[in-house]
Design a protein around this ligand. Structure first.
Ligand SMILES: *Cc1c(COP(=O)(O)O)cnc(C)c1O
Length: 391
């Protein structure tokens, strides 16, 4: 072991501990459901992205088991060599229909989509214009690109327009935004963004990780929610949140997908999904068409949000099932989360650097799988902890 490395690591860990940001991982001793077992106790789970409860849906589990028995546990190669199975293509055709685009391409995760999509498309004569609250994977994807970059204040359309004007000298201007912002639960102002894009002949990329399965008809996402089909060039989605399984995809024109097949580095250099994962994703898309799970999700979200507001909590700008409860100070947000767990409710405390230090929070996500009783109990726990910690 290298002493110097160990010393550097020790210093980094001490720094985290001094700032009270060093956290043990929370271990679930049960399946990912509306209730989970933590430290041997049954608690209400408001921490997952399993919006529709699909992670444990019997039809989807069956599909995964059947595909695994028939086709094995691993795909054995990257997609461009020997790792493209028929079901990979089937999933991509389904996703293209779901998103109403010419084509779609699956990557290992939403994270690798964002890492892999921008770099092969843009050159130094191009510019990326990005919302300041975009997800870390978009930020990393931008870092890998050689294009110029501009950041606009969150959802500030005047600032976006100014950047578009100032960047008139670049060959291609690409506006990049989350569809739903993951820490605040607000929706991107896509109608205005696409209008500005058209006015200045810019391209648009939307990352619908928290919008797919949640917004739009049967969960088609933010583009469908605002009826902007054909006006967003690149749609990124994840299969790991509302879809309940694992993976990411890019939906857009046939040319976009062909370019990524040849130049998208995670696609080229990392092994494709196992059959079980792919079959589960196909089954999940089918279940989403058969069952209107969004209705229950939104009903639950509205009920819970209203309850939190009635208790006097600050839920920020949320318009979706992601509801932050903004506490303020980082250490207090963590204490709030710990106290909630004691009261039988699991939701994570989130502080700097994920959100500004004075906007530390616990983030709640209700799902379609929660019962009204779950939500009532959770609200009672929030009320008790509010009283106890004098928030
Ligand atoms: C969660 C998330 C991702 C990453 O998706 P994974 O499939 O979990 O890798 C990407 N973008 C946004 C906006 C996200 O919220």
């Amino acid at each position: 072991m290298n002493d110097l490395l160990e010393q550097v690591l020790g210093e980094k860990i001490d720094e985290l501990k001094n700032k009270k940001l060093f956290r043990e991982l929370t271990v679930l001793q049960s399946a990912q459901g509306p209730h989970v077992t933590i430290n041997g106790r049954d608690v209400i789970n408001l921490a997952s992205n399993n919006y529709l409860g699909l992670a444990t849906h019997p039809k989807i589990i069956d599909a995964a088991v059947r595909a695994t028995k028939e086709l094995g546990v691993g795909s054995g190669a990257v997609r461009t060599i020997a790792g493209t199975l028929q079901i990979h293509q089937e999933l991509e055709e389904k996703l293209a229909r779901f998103k109403q685009t010419e084509a779609a391409l699956v990557f290992q995760s939403g994270f690798t989509c964002n890492m892999g999509v921008i770099e092969p498309l843009l050159s130094p004569e191009d510019v990326i214009i990005s919302d300041e609250l975009n997800h870390a994977s978009i930020i990393d994807g931008i870092r890998l690109s050689k294009a110029a970059r501009r950041i606009y204040p969150h959802s500030d359309m005047d600032a976006l327009e100014k950047h578009l004007q100032e960047c008139a000298g670049y060959r291609l201007r690409l506006i990049v935004t989350d569809g739903v912002f993951s820490m605040d639960g607000d929706i991107a102002r896509l109608p205005e963004i696409t209008e500005l894009a058209e006015k200045y002949n810019a391209a648009v990329m939307v990352d619908d990780a928290h919008a797919s399965g949640v917004l739009g008809r049967r969960g088609r996402g933010s583009v469908d929610h605002f009826n902007l089909h054909g006006r967003v060039d690149i749609q990124v989605g994840t299969l790991s949140k509302a879809i309940g399984v694992l993976g990411g995809y890019i939906a857009g024109s046939r040319k976009l997908i062909n370019c990524l097949i040849h130049r998208g580095r995670p696609f080229l250099f990392s092994t494709s999904h196992p059959p079980g994962v792919t079959a589960a994703n196909i089954a999940a898309l089918e279940v989403m068409q058969e069952e209107n799970l969004q209705e229950k999700l939104w009903e639950n979200a509205a009920y819970f949000k209203k309850g939190l507001k009635q208790l006097g909590f600050n839920t920020g700008q949320s318009e979706t099932p992601i509801t932050p409860v903004i506490i303020g100070d980082g250490a207090r947000a963590m204490a709030f989360s710990d106290a909630l767990l004691e009261e039988g409710v699991f939701c994570t405390g989130i502080g700097y650097p994920t959100v500004p230090e004075d906007k530390s929070r616990v983030r709640t996500i209700v799902t379609a799988a929660h019962t009204r009783e779950d939500l009532e109990q959770a609200l009672e726990a929030f009320a008790r902890v509010k009283e106890k910690l004098q928030v």
